[in-house]
Design a protein. Structure first.
Length: 87
């Protein structure tokens, strides 16, 4: 589980939160690649950061942690940031 928060620099209050979890998969019979590191969006809460910006940051954090793919379902408010980030 990977969890990140956004802290207001002036008040030191936590304003936003995003998390994702790891579900690696084995790659069978490939000469080079043995594992696929997949991240799955879990929980998020926003109050000051735009949702698409928070999820974009989560994508960057997942890449920095060597994930190959970032998965999320098309439910709740996910369609809002999915449409923005896919363009």
């Amino acid at each position: 589980m990977y969890s990140y928060v956004v802290e207001d620099p002036a008040t030191h209050i936590i304003t936003d939160f995003v998390s994702f979890y790891s579900l690696p998969s084995s790659i069978i019979r490939h000469p080079v690649h043995k594992r696929l590191n997949a991240a799955y969006l879990y929980y998020y809460a926003v109050s000051k950061t735009p949702l698409s910006a928070l999820i974009n940051d989560a994508l960057i954090l997942a890449k920095q942690n060597d994930f190959d793919v970032f998965n999320c379902l098309k439910l709740m408010d996910n369609h809002v940031f999915l449409e923005e980030l896919l363009v």
